[in-house]
Structure formats: C-alpha cells, structure tokens
Write a protein that binds this ligand. Structure first.
Ligand code: UD1
Ligand code: MG
Length: 462
C-alpha cells in the first residue's frame, strides 16, 4: 500500500497567509498528524501533492516523503491526485488518498480499512475498487454526502455546493480518506469532468464512474465521529486542536498520570512523561519536554523544551524554557528559568527569581526576588532576597562564579566578571566588583548614622 496526501489547496475559507496544512495544532503543523498516522501504518511509500506555498511546505516537512506539484491551484482534489499520477500509475496495489486537512483520522482506522480490503479479497476473491471512510453526522453541513442505491451500493458522492435539497438531508459524509485500487482509479479518474458549478475536478466523482462500471466501492464507517473532521476554517482548527489535545491527555491519564481539570491543560505531542506525573490546571507543556517520575507541575506552569527530573516540583505560575531541573529541585511559585539553565539536585529557586544560562549546583537556595544570569553556582550556595548578578555592561555579557557553600546576603549586587570563593560571605546590601577569596568576607556599606529624636521631630513638625 502506498499513500498520497493532498495539500495543494488554496484554503480560501481558512483566510490565511501560509498554506493551510502548515497551521499548528498543539505546536505541530496540521499535516504532521496525517504523516504520523501513515508512519504507524507503514506504507510502501508516501507522497504529498503541494501547490500553494509548495516550498514552505517542503521546507517544513522535509525530504522524508516524495512531493508532486499541482500547477493549477483551483484544479480540485481530482486534479491533485492526477498531478501525482507518476506515483501510482504503475502500482498494482492499494493507494490511500488522504486530505491534508483531515488531521484527526487514527492509525487504527487506517489499519482496519486495510484489513477490511484484504478480507474482501480473501473471502470474495475480488478486489475492492474503492473504500471510503465515512460517518453519520448529526450536522453534515459542508461535507460531501454519500449516495447509495437500494442495495446499499455507493452510487457517488455529491459535494455540498452541488447538492440539491434532498441530497443535503443525507447524513453519511465523506471523511476525505480513501483506499483505491490503483488500476481502477487510473481507469476512471482521467474520465472525470470538471464541476459545472466550480470548474474543479472532484476526486469524489470517480465513484459515480466506478458505479457505472460495476466496480465494487464500499464505505467504512468510522467508530469515532471526531475522526472525520476536516479543517476548512479557523474554527475547525480550534475544534480539531481540542479533540487532539483531549485524546493525548486521556492517553497520559490512562498510563497512570494525574491530570487535574483537563479542559485547561495543554500538552504537546513530543512531551514525554516517565510515570506518576501530576499536572494541575492551566499548565502548558511544550516542545521536546521530558517530565520525570513523580514530578508535580503546579497551576499555570509553562515548561518548554526542558527536562524535569524525578521528584522535582514546579510550583504554580513558573515558566521554564530550554532548561534542566534536576532530581528533587523545587522551582517557583512565580519563577523564570531559561536559556540552558541547570538547577541542581534538591535546589530551591523561589518566587520572583529569574535564572538565565546559569549552572546551579546541589542544594542551592535562592528563594526570593533574585536575578542569576551567566553564573556558575557550586553546591550549597545561599542567594539572599534581592541579589542581582549584574552580567551586562550595556555592550557585553560577563560571567560569574560562586564557590561551594558561599553566602550572598540580601540585596547584594555581584558585578561580573567575578569570582566569589568557596565559603565566602557577602554582607547584605554590598556591591561586589572584585573577586573574593575562599572564606573571605566582603562588605561595602555606607556608614550607618542614627540621630537621637530626629525621626519624631520630622514626623511631628513636617
Ligand atoms: C473534501 C471532499 C468532501 C469531503 C471533505 C472532507 C472533494 C471534492 N470533496 O471537501 O467530499 O467531505 O473533503 O473533509 O474532494 N486540495 C488540493 N488541490 C486542490 C484542492 C484541494 O491539493 O485543487 C487539497 C487541500 O489542500 C485539502 C484537501 O485537498 O487538504 C481537501 O480540499 P478541500 O478544498 O478542503 O475540500 P473540502 O471542500 O473540504
Ligand atoms: Mg477540507
């Protein structure tokens, strides 16, 4: 079996700048989901018909598949399949044709369709010419309707735009997913005339011709009606995204993870859970993110392209990007960890702390209001409230390093490039511009003056 994806349409109803199939669903182009499903069914080759925005599609999808170009952007789905005729003309087997805007079809369904075609061959001794994935929808508006004769054989498919009032009442719709026996498709597709109304060559017209020739075309009803959803408008995109999102959350839940209030949780398809993860409402887990066993992600947490190791806790409303949180560390609430930051085992990065491109060792504490940028902090360093690593002089960035067990008092400014030794002690409120040796104490403070009675005098006389 081979597979052909149609992705050359103009997407007029979508009203977008880029090709419709590239618009994202959970951070991945819509057509990525179709490709993923095809990988699971293991085709003997996959191709895609591109047209509008062809280069952009190729750049994003890459050369894992073959491409065919449809030169007439208004040619229609039949013209699109013909544009790739070299892909299937000499193939004496089955071809899946899938609309690139049908991202919800599952690999189980495609596998069942294939199995069904094989069973027909085995028990009836003849090949199916076509198998159409369909579904009965309560509201079939917008979809092609499947016409059947009294014996239940497929007579044809009528498009919404061409359908008469009676045909519009038919609720069995075409999902835009078909299995064709190539020699029979070849025989009929070249004979399809363009629609009188739209001028497009509809792929769906082959079924009328196949019926006339007495070829065997059947429908395969999708078990789950969400599988047939085609994305034509931005609202369809939102609906499709919701369906995919909930399917994925359900998978994680059934594998033994807790998802609180799933309607508000966003987990992208490349995210991996290692087990017993607990996710609170309004969480977003994005990109290539790995979440270790027993991790808790508190409400409103955003984690992107990051690794969170076993037993770590991300307290509410923290943002972690391109970073690594090691075993048992605690981040947040309201923390920002970014750009390759590493938070060591058992360390705490608390509220209103930002850590950028810094390597933080084990059992470090920076619990409140600090900026740690371009710094190396060894194990057991204590960073007080309001500490700032001043890493930028307006032109260039500089690095800091802090030795094991050092103590940086509240509201200190550590001006990089700088090195604070192991067990050094920075007194609160100091501005440190020179290296401090191991075990040294550094203090820069204006002298404190206390004038007797002056406070009361100011308050009462002022
Ligand atoms: C199509 C079906 C309709 C079905 C519905 C399911 C036809 C004529 N109609 O309608 O029966 O119910 O899908 O979602 O096939 N494309 C091209 N070249 C073209 C036109 C379209 O490659 O010239 C591609 C599009 O990029 C898209 C797919 O084919 O991925 C379907 O095209 P679209 O215009 O969305 O067809 P529908 O009106 O949704
Ligand atoms: Mg469509």
């Amino acid at each position: 079996m081979r597979a052909l994806i149609l992705a050359a349409g103009l997407g007029t109803r979508f009203k977008g700048q880029k090709p419709k199939v590239l618009y994202p669903i959970l951070g991945k182009p819509m057509v990525w989901y179709v490709l993923r499903v095809l990988k699971e069914v293991e085709t003997e080759g996959t191709a895609m018909v591109v047209g509008h925005g062809a280069e952009e599609v190729k750049n994003i999808i890459g050369n894992q598949i073959l491409y065919f170009y449809q030169s007439n952007p208004k040619g229609g789905t039949g013209d699109a399949v013909l544009s790739a005729v070299d892909f299937w003309r000499d193939y004496d087997g089955y071809l899946f044709v899938l609309n690139g805007d049908s991202p919800l079809v599952s690999s189980q369904t495609l596998k069942s369709m294939l199995r069904f075609s094989k069973l027909v061959e085995e028990y009836e001794g003849s090949k199916l010419s076509g198998l159409i994935l369909t579904c009965e929808l309560p509201d079939p508006t917008g979809y092609g309707r499947v016409l059947k004769d009294q014996r239940g054989r497929v007579v044809g498919i009528v498009e919404e735009k061409d359908a008469g009032p009676e045909e519009k009442t038919i609720r069995e719709v075409n999902a835009g997913v078909y299995l064709f026996y190539c020699p029979h498709l070849l025989e009929t597709l070249f004979m399809v005339n363009p629609s009188q109304i739209t001028g497009e060559v509809y792929l769906t017209e082959v079924f009328r011709l196949m019926y006339e020739k007495g070829y065997d075309v059947r429908t395969f009803v999708a078990e789950d009606p969400t599988e047939v959803l085609g994305v034509n408008t931005r609202w369809d995109l939102a609906v499709a995204e919701n369906v995919i999102r909930l399917r994925l959350l359900q998978e994680w839940a059934l594998k033994g993870n807790t998802i609180h209030q799933p309607e508000s949780v966003w987990i992208e398809p490349d995210v991996v859970f290692e087990g017993e993860v607990e996710v609170y409402p309004d969480v977003m887990l994005r990109g290539k993110t790995k979440i270790g066993r027993g991790v808790i992600i508190g409400k409103g947490g955003v984690v992107e392209n990051s690794t969170i190791e076993e037993g770590a806790i991300v307290e509410p409303y923290s943002v972690i990007r391109n970073s690594h949180i090691k075993q048992g560390a605690v981040v947040g609430p309201f923390a920002h960890v970014r750009d390759g930051a590493v938070i060591g085992e058992g360390s705490h990065v608390g509220n209103f702390v930002e850590v950028k491109k810094s390597n933080i060792g084990k059992d470090v504490k920076a619990k409140h209001l600090a900026y740690i940028g371009d710094a190396e902090l060894a194990d057991r360093v204590n960073v007080g409230a309001g500490v700032v690593f001043a890493n930028f002089d307006g032109k260039r960035k500089y690095k800091s390093s802090v030795g094991e067990g050092a103590f940086i008092g509240s509201n200190s400014l550590i001006v990089a490039p700088i090195k604070l030794g192991a067990y050094s002690y920075i007194a609160g409120g100091s501005v440190i511009t020179k290296d401090v040796e191991d075990g040294g104490l550094a203090i820069t403070r204006p002298k404190l003056k206390i004038i007797k009675g002056k406070g009361k005098e100011k308050l009462l006389d002022g």
